[in-house]
Design a protein around this ligand. Structure first.
Ligand code: PLP
Length: 392
């Protein structure tokens, strides 16, 4: 155990930890018991009272307040979407970009981010990819030499899924503010794992889904749009996006002004079950505290790195504490190691550079030690069979 929070009681909310060594929170987190209970309660309400929709809709607003507080934003800056991709596409299509403008990204960033911007090439918008090694993190200096008079947007992941780099978004935010460039950040990997403060980060737009650090099943996304960016216009319109939706449900062609707040980007009915789950998940996360979760997963990372050094296994991403969080890619041949881990009830992910180990708030130092002893065991097996081959 690390002594940062009451891990034993938190871990007991994740029954999956009794069945397997779950080291794959960057893929999706296992469902916690309070989240399951919130979903079950929603199902009972739907089943037994045909859905108290006004109550559910009120709870959507509570969830919005919870999310806003979580990000140090105001509720009017939060829209609910389907996932990260939808949020990033909303952002890309809302920006006042014209032919000849350019968008800066990191080469190899998540394709769901890249495609949202690459799709604007049909309008004559250029996407420029900046190169960055797997052990490096992006900061203002990474982008500054690439900015010109037609650079309108920088878009990147906060924490990368493929090497675990934690980019210095606050530094990039300062650069964007000084150059009048929008900053769009995919926080899918960092939300719920690190404290996120939109003001401190200096972002224009944040997008995420809920199925990783936010401990909620797939199908719901969060979009933060900074207050006052009125020039960001929704590409799609539904009643829910309008400032004055018609009470009689008859469309008014002469009154289609969008809402002023981030709700202008929302489309129709919500994912109500997931919103119930999300409020329960945020309550659980707040009990632990994101600053504590960050310290906890960093401590697990420290332990993992010291094991890897002893075992002679290279880390694909950065080693420094300020440049990583909960994602660690081990430079091991993917096919054989994935098979070995699966046989030993270890859940991890195959990644570009090796095997991705990622921690959640429920993981323990003992989990890390168990992983290390499995790697050691496999190394022993391999050297034994190599010795036998040499004798043969
Ligand atoms: C950085 C990043 N962005 C986005 C996604 C997923 O996008 P979406 O929420 O649209 O499925 C992932 C992983 O699933 C990710 O790691």
């Amino acid at each position: 155990m690390t002594d940062i929070f009451d891990l034993a009681s938190l871990r007991s909310e994740f029954p999956v930890t009794k069945r397997m060594l779950y080291l794959d929170s960057a893929h999706q987190t296992p469902m916690a018991t309070p989240v399951r209970a919130a979903l079950a309660e929603f199902l009972v309400e739907g089943n037994e009272s045909a859905g108290p929709k006004p109550v559910w809709v009120r709870r959507v607003e509570t969830a919005r307040e919870n999310v806003a507080q979580f990000l140090n934003a105001s509720p009017g800056e939060i829209a609910f979407t389907k996932n990260t991709s939808e949020g990033l596409n909303i952002a890309a299509n809302a920006m006042p970009l014209i032919a000849g403008d350019n968008v800066l990204m990191i080469e190899g960033d998540h394709p769901n981010n890249a495609y949202a911007w690459l799709n604007l090439r049909s309008k004559g918008v250029e996407v420029r990819f900046v190169k960055l090694g797997d052990t490096e993190v992006a900061n203002a200096a990474t982008f500054a030499p690439h900015i010109d008079a037609r650079t309108k947007v920088i878009s990147l992941s906060h924490v990368t899924f493929h090497a675990g780099q934690r980019h210095d978004v606050a530094d990039i935010g300062k650069l964007c503010a000084s150059k009048g460039v929008y900053l769009v950040v995919d926080v899918m990997q960092s939300i719920g794992v690190l404290p996120l403060d939109v003001k401190q980060l200096g972002v224009s737009v944040l997008a995420a889904g809920v199925h990783k650090g936010l401990l909620t099943p797939q199908g719901l996304g969060i979009l933060y749009v900074k207050d006052g960016l009125d020039e960001l216009k929704p590409a799609y319109i539904a009643m829910s996006s309008l400032a004055n939706p018609p009470d009689d449900y008859i469309a008014r062609p002469d009154d289609m002004a969008p809402r002023k707040d981030a709700g202008r980007f929302e489309m129709g009915n919500y994912n109500l079950p997931d919103l119930h789950a999300l409020s329960a998940a945020i309550e659980l996360i707040n009990k632990a505290g994101t600053a504590n979760i960050e310290q906890h997963v960093l401590a697990l990372g420290d332990r993992l790195i010291s094991h890897l050094d002893e075992l002679g296994v290279k880390l694909v991403g950065p080693r420094s504490r300020t440049e990583r969080v909960h994602i660690y890619v081990l430079d091991l041949p993917v096919a054989e190691w994935m098979e070995y881990f699966t046989q030993n009830q270890v859940r991890a992910s195959p990644e570009r550079g090796g095997i991705r180990i990622s921690f959640g708030l429920f993981n323990s130092l003992e989990d890390v030690d168990r992983l290390a002893s499995l790697i050691k065991e496999r190394h022993k097996q391999t050297s034994r069979s190599q010795a036998v081959e040499q004798i043969d």
